[in-house]
Design a binder for this molecule. Sequence first.
Ligand SMILES: Nc1ncnc2c1ncn2[C@@H]1O[C@H](COP(=O)(O)OP(=O)(O)O)[C@@H](O)[C@H]1O
Ligand SMILES: [Mg+2]
Length: 360
Amino acid sequence: MSSVSMVEVSKRYGDIVALDSVSLKIEEGEYVCVIGPSGSGKSTFLKVIAGIVKPDEGEIYIGGRIVNNVPIEEREIGIVMQDILLFPHMTLWGNLTYGPIVQGVGYAEAEAIAREVAGFMKLTLRMKAYPGELSRGDQQKVAIARAIAAGARVLLLDEPFASIDSRTAKVLRFELKQLAKDLRLTVIHVTHNQEEALSVADRIVVMRKGKIEQFDKPSRLFSNPRTPFVVHFLGGEANFFEGRVVKLEEDGVIVDIGLGELVKGEGFRRVGERVVYAVRPEHVDVLPSEDGGIEGVVEEVNLMGFYYRAIISVDNRKIVVRLKDRLKFLKEGKVVKLRFKRGFVFKYPVEGLEEAIKYE
Ligand SMILES: Nc1ncnc2c1ncn2[C@@H]1O[C@H](COP(=O)(O)OP(=O)(O)O)[C@@H](O)[C@H]1O
Ligand SMILES: [Mg+2]
């Protein structure tokens, strides 16, 4: 059993609230990534599960057992951080057998465990090598293997691939995911790399200011974002408008965002309610000026590799648009029409829109 739960866990450092009444349940065998701006509490989240930091309030459960007073070494967790912490004076073999030996199994059994884990991880390295002789990617692989050999059922990873070149990191992320599934490990993986999170996570925790903004499947963070911040943080460059609901329809609401044309969005709100309307750049259609839609002027168009990014000014607002192909009429200075294919409607935040989407 290696589910991980938190019930109303808080941790403060003086005036800073690093974790603010966090509750969630991560299932056994689940691969969860934690993302959020720097300072949002991601590392503290891992540290309270690990037992490195004691929460001020709340309960932490691993495998259904409350572990608030259980020391790190008895939590059956493995911790791997950005800075690789192998024993530099021990061979790889020594590193892998260390955990089991310390836990008191005999040398033969420790070797069997190490061999099994090395096999699982396809570690074809020279086991007599010292960590310093390996690439950073291989060192990190050994660090993960060492945690598993030591009996970890829950892996806590804090930016484990941040100092590894991106090509190697990409291979490692899928190997690690496969390994976790093969061994039914529960993984909680903090990363600043959204692409990494989206490609391996079963579910993602989006953190902000010590709170969980949303804990959901990657696809649902896009299809059903819970807050303007989630729209802003994932993918970036979303367009936000303040508006008012003018009409309810079966599949959404019609909103007046003060740009002439009314727009349609997803969300359940009341008529007359003040709302935030969010549109992702890829959900804006750009049409020739003869067409209907919100009128704007093309400010700039840039090729971004796989797509075009254009800025269209509407009144004194700048709307960011993302297009797969360059349209003939999309030229700087030209008048175009915009249509929003998809928008998300949120209750207007008490702290104001700007504050609600700020990274910090
Ligand atoms: N040991 C500490 N002492 C004081 N403040 C801390 C300590 N650890 C973290 N913090 C503060 O708590 C907040 C959350 O930090 P952290 O969990 O490291 O965020 P993240 O990993 O998302 O960048 C930040 O404001 C950070 O400065
Ligand atoms: Mg951190």
